[in-house]
Design a protein around this ligand. Structure first.
Ligand SMILES: Cc1cc2nc3c(=O)[nH]c(=O)nc-3n(C[C@H](O)[C@H](O)[C@H](O)COP(=O)(O)O)c2cc1C
Length: 356
């Protein structure tokens, strides 16, 4: 039954039963099973597709469509103006020198120069629009007016992320339909695009309240929300919904590895840090030997740094040295209890129904 808590601008825009968004995950951690389980449960599932080529997005969409009739979002990363920082062979040699102690500790010799051809954002966005998901969500910026207009024409709700009030205002001015207030508690990258991420570290509830004073666009709270009580607080503070990442990542339907899921439920979840060491961009995950050893060292820019660290991640896992690497999770990870979408949704819905 719809009462006031599950009848918000967000549920109306997207035809949802509940004002809950499953935070999309990049890096191969989204799955069709996760998105469809969440969407079929009446919330908004989301697939992080930023690494996919346009044809892969089309194929992915067909698979999600087969598994759910619910609303879901496809999610992309808008290229930052300085994204394509050059990374040369000379840079690579320097970086390898700096990584030498870490490589030695993990019995690795050399790291190959990363040859990367990242997908073209405009072409990815075209594939998303042709797929006509209920929502197109994006981080790290604002797509062009042409793309936003094409979404409007095709009835696709646009969802953009803000880490500061200025970014929220910019999203509203561009005509984006929903703003995700992304607090520093959140797991994964800080999707800042106006100021450096290091200077855009506001908590979820402060950012939510400040944005509510400045914009008329519906705001969704993201970061640190794992329980019905925290979701209820966000709704009381004026959020039209909540976006939950870490708690969905811990569910068996996600693409997280066994080690990653175990880390969320282990002692390492008690201490998370914001680190650029693993991707070249600031992101929150568990504190690790490498997040500390390499924190003051100049490494490769994004996306090269992600490629360089992948073998270290694999080696640490193979050697049973999980404490060497950071596992992405938010500050509220120790509060996560459920391991399936069904159990998590049940706890959220019954808790929210009880408090409202
Ligand atoms: C491993 C990981 C990957 C993520 N990748 C993306 C992404 O590609 N796009 C995006 O919009 N948000 C991404 N996020 C952010 C989540 O969608 C969500 O906003 C965030 O996890 C909410 O905070 P919480 O983890 O405290 O619940 C990611 C988060 C994590 C933990």
């Amino acid at each position: 039954m719809k009462t006031h808590w599950n009848n918000t601008a967000l549920t109306r825009l997207l035809n949802l039963d509940y004002p809950i968004i499953q935070g999309p995950f990049g890096g191969g951690l989204s799955t069709v099973d996760l998105v469809s389980a969440v969407s079929s449960a009446g919330a908004l599932g989301g697939y992080g597709a930023y690494q996919l080529q346009p044809s892969e997005i089309t194929a992915l969409n067909a698979k999600i469509r087969q598994q759910t009739k619910g609303s879901y979002a496809l999610n992309l990363w808008v290229p930052l103006p300085h994204q394509r920082k050059a990374y040369t062979l000379t840079d690579h040699k320097q970086v390898i020198k700096r990584l030498r102690p870490a490589l030695k500790a993990l019995y690795l010799e050399e790291l190959r120069f990363p040859e990367l051809i990242p997908p073209d954002f405009e072409e990815q966005a075209e594939a998303v629009i042709a797929a006509k998901p209920a929502a197109f969500s994006f981080v790290f910026g604002i797509p062009s007016p042409l793309i936003l207009e094409a979404c409007r024409r095709n009835g696709i709700v646009t969802i953009g992320a803000a880490t500061t009030v200025e970014e929220g205002v910019a999203l509203e001015m561009a005509g984006v339909d929903v703003i995700v207030a992304s607090g520093f508690e959140a797991g994964g990258h800080r999707p800042s695009f106006l100021k450096p991420a290091e200077d855009s570290v506001m908590s979820t509830f402060v950012l939510l309240q400040l944005l509510k004073e400045k914009v008329k666009t519906p705001v969704v709270a993201a970061g640190g929300i794992t329980t019905a009580d925290s979701a209820a607080t966000a709704l009381r503070l004026g959020a039209s919904g909540v976006q939950i990442g870490t708690a969905f990542l811990a569910c068996k339907e996600s693409g997280a590895t066994e080690e990653h899921r175990a880390a969320i439920f282990s002692k390492v979840a008690n201490e998370t840090v914001l680190t650029s060491v693993f991707t070249g961009r600031l992101a929150r995950g568990s504190k690790s030997v490498l997040s500390e050893q390499l924190k003051d060292i100049t490494l490769a820019p994004f996306p090269y740094q992600s490629e360089l660290m992948a073998p270290l991640r694999r080696a640490a896992t193979a050697l049973g040295q999980q404490h060497y690497v950071t596992y992405w999770m938010g500050q509220a990870a120790p509060l996560v209890k459920e391991t399936t979408v069904e159990a998590l949704m049940k706890r959220l819905i019954s808790g929210l129904s009880a408090v409202f």
